[in-house]
Design a protein around this ligand. Structure first.
Ligand code: FES
Ligand SMILES: [Fe+2]
Length: 407
């Protein structure tokens, strides 16, 4: 799991004025609430610095959130403004919690979990199609998944599994070949495009699908899958009826639990009457994936590239694993447990650092909770490459193709 990214944590409409909302992300509890003055959203660490109560159980007063335990009042920047038991005394410097930057965009609330300056933050992808309500009809939903978000991410962008796992929906088992992928990539994303062979259309899709010929002669369907670091997926399918786009965020609640939130757009059947069918199709695909991904072992994505075999159609997954290693090397990984200790003696709370920790050096000694540790599982990738444990970065995918495709 990684800090220093924007994470979509909730749908905008689900954060309502006057009601604090608890969310969990990267093993850490957070509280979202809307300010009374301008309705903008605040995100604080949900851990009162006094006795560890959850602020999310408290009330909103002006632009502040009031801890339900002893009534300390927290400003949007995380500083305590009032300690009701001792109104006449000053507020200690350490009476503050981390406050994280928030944006409301494309129907989601995005929280920046990290401490790097604004100019260095990875971008939120351009998902403006979600705002284009003229062109698209949208449905949205969520799916709680007891699996690791990176396994889910790799599954979501994997084109070779569709004929086998989703044979009835958008893959054709009789034609499982994956032609050459068209690849577009940047440091933060990888999009692969390919033409796949569709299965027979079912349900109401079958009624209007103009291509009713036998499966062999039906034109292929353009499909693209994109991952965006650290946990986002975009799927685009050019069905004969029109375009379908799914935007999904795989929220790492912790290492083993993922909350998938998605918006699915379509340019056909744009009436409300077809929403249920559209949702049913997304959930069917998610459940088909769930059966496979829940049984994958090891449960977490291996850190060593050579622990699993990669073939040409795994290009985007291999690139993801390389980028992830670079993020680990950059110190952006965070350990899963933020309430830590030996065995059941969990006596210490740690948090993901917010930007103020670096921006205001005078506050350096004012942070009561220490920062979560980064995962130091592996040495630098370059050292490992030099030892010969890893194929070199510039040798993909050709080298993989020659050396690792099973005979
Ligand atoms: S625990 Fe929050 S005010 Fe005491
Ligand atoms: Fe799938």
């Amino acid at each position: 799991m990684f800090k220093n990214f924007w994470y979509a944590v909730e749908f905008i409409d689900d954060v309502v004025a006057g009601k604090p909302k608890k969310v969990k992300l990267l093993g850490q509890q957070l509280v979202l609430y809307r300010k009374t003055s301008d309705n903008s959203i605040v995100c604080l660490s949900d851990l009162c610095v006094h006795r560890g109560a959850a602020l999310s159980g408290g009330e909103i007063k002006d632009d502040c959130i009031v801890c339900p335990y002893h009534g300390w009042e927290y400003e949007p920047d995380g500083a305590v403004r009032k300690i009701p038991a001792h109104p006449e005394r000053g507020i200690p410097r350490k009476a503050r919690v981390d406050s994280y930057p928030v944006q409301e965009k494309y129907g989601f609330v995005w929280v920046f979990m990290g401490d790097i300056p604004e100019s260095e933050r990875p971008p939120i992808p351009d998902w403006s199609a979600i705002d284009d309500t003229e062109t698209y009809r949208a449905v949205r939903g969520e799916f709680l998944w007891k699996s690791n978000y990176e396994r889910i991410l790799e599954n979501g962008v994997d084109v070779a599994h569709t004929p086998f796992v989703h044979g009835g929906v958008f893959g054709n088992r009789e034609k499982p070949e994956v032609p050459d992928l068209k690849i577009e990539e940047s440091p933060w994303h990888c999009k692969v495009s390919v033409e796949l062979n569709p299965p027979r259309s079912k349900g109401m899709w079958g009624l209007i699908n103009p291509n009713k010929q036998d499966l062999k002669n039906r034109p292929p369907v353009p499909v693209s899958t994109t991952w965006y670091l650290p946990n986002m997926i975009q799927l685009e399918v050019g069905t004969p009826m029109g375009a379908m786009k799914i935007f999904d965020v795989n929220i790492p609640i912790d290492e083993e639990t993922t909350l998938v939130k998605f918006v699915a757009l379509r340019t056909f059947f744009k009436g409300k009457w077809a929403d249920r069918d559209a949702l049913r199709r997304v959930f069917k695909v998610l459940r088909e994936d769930q059966v496979i991904v829940d049984a994958v072992r090891p449960e977490l994505l291996p850190f060593d590239l050579s622990s699993e075999l990669h073939v040409k159609s795994d290009y985007n997954a291999v690139l993801y694993r390389r980028r992830r290693q670079e993020l680990i090397d950059a110190g952006w990984s965070v350990e899963g447990n933020t309430i830590v200790g030996e065995g059941p003696a969990r006596v210490e709370a740690r948090v993901i650092p917010s930007p103020t920790r670096k921006e205001v050096p005078e506050l350096a000694s004012a942070w009561n909770f220490k920062e979560v540790r980064s995962k130091e599982l592996l040495g630098k990738q370059t050292e490992r490459e030099e030892r010969g444990d890893l194929p070199r970065t510039d040798s993909m995918p050709e080298k993989t193709r020659e050396e690792e495709v099973p005979a």
